[in-house]
Design a protein. Structure first.
Length: 224
């Protein structure tokens, strides 16, 4: 469903079904990748993770590796689909714009009572910056992960230097991915962002909220 104001329901369609599927596929597969990536380290027995109901397999390296591969397949496929699908449709709303950094500081300050938040389009400036950062992190994870997978399956004699570089890149961006996940959760915890949580699950947000915070977005919808 395209962006649409549902006046009788006091709602605005913010995300399509495709966008919701993309979001949750990346979120769930990414979470599995985080867990299995940790489980591939010798930590499950040491920290008694195996005693948690349902995680008795967590100390089995091969099981964790196969789950990691399965989640990586979904993660990579959805990321590629996202780029191709939205690129073909010419959708650029989440791409960073000139002045986003300064605008994001203004928005963040307003959340703590310093100044007033300016009227916004569909996405906040910090959302666009976070999107660019996450896109880069995901790209580096996928590229380094593909190199490591190629070595494991097809090229056991791969250059140690290349493998070491890919491993370091994968590990560094694994940590960055985890930190951005925490930042994402922290942003949702801010009261001003609570109304957007509804959109993550239903694709729709309250019209009153959109009028208050995203009037420029509503103006764009009315022009269509």
């Amino acid at each position: 469903m395209a962006e649409k104001i549902l006046l009788e329901k006091n709602l605005v369609v913010r995300h399509s079904a495709v966008e919701l599927i993309e979001h949750w596929a990346i979120a769930i597969s990414g979470f599995i990748l985080l867990l299995t990536g940790i489980f591939e380290l010798p930590v499950a027995k040491r920290y008694y993770i195996i005693t948690i109901p349902g995680l008795g397999w967590s100390a089995d390296f091969i099981t964790s590796l196969y789950l990691h591969y399965g989640a990586a397949l979904v993660f990579t496929a959805v990321a590629a689909f996202h780029v191709v699908y939205h690129g073909a449709r010419g959708e650029k709303g989440l791409l960073p714009q000139k002045g986003d950094f300064a605008a994001s500081i203004t928005v963040i300050k307003s959340l703590f009572g310093f100044g007033k938040e300016p009227p916004m389009h569909k996405y906040l400036p910090e959302q666009r910056l976070a999107y660019a950062g996450m896109a880069f992190i995901i790209a580096m994870l996928i590229i380094s992960g593909l190199i490591k997978t190629y070595k494991n399956i097809y090229a056991p004699d791969m250059s140690p230097a290349v493998l070491l570089l890919a491993t370091w890149i994968h590990n560094i961006f694994f940590v960055l991915f985890f930190l951005t996940f925490l930042a994402h959760m922290a942003a949702i915890a801010l009261k001003a962002n609570w109304p957007m949580v509804r959109g993550i699950f239903t694709g729709k947000v309250k019209l009153d909220y959109a009028r208050h915070r995203h009037p420029l977005w509503l103006a764009d919808i009315k022009k269509k």
